[in-house]
Design a protein around this ligand. Structure first.
Ligand code: SF4
Length: 65
């Protein structure tokens, strides 16, 4: 059985939304945001991530510019 690399994942996580209990649990993070029509924080540059707007529209806008 694969072991969860939560501490290693946290080292690479750029999410600044501190109260989130999913931090480091990339599978739950991805499912949560996908269910809401969004992408996880790590798809966004740090300055854009801080807005907490994780919508697909914001992702497209960010990379289209
Ligand atoms: S991207 Fe979303 S689910 Fe993932 S750690 Fe940040 S707030 Fe939590």
């Amino acid at each position: 059985m694969a072991e969860c690399k939560i501490e290693k994942n946290k080292e690479m996580c750029n999410c600044t939304y501190e109260p989130c209990a999913r931090k480091g649990m990339c599978c739950e993070c991805l499912h949560y945001h996908r269910k809401n029509g969004q992408l996880p924080a790590c798809y966004f540059p740090n300055d854009i991530e801080k807005s907490f707007d994780r919508s697909i529209e914001n992702f497209i806008k960010t990379y289209k510019a």
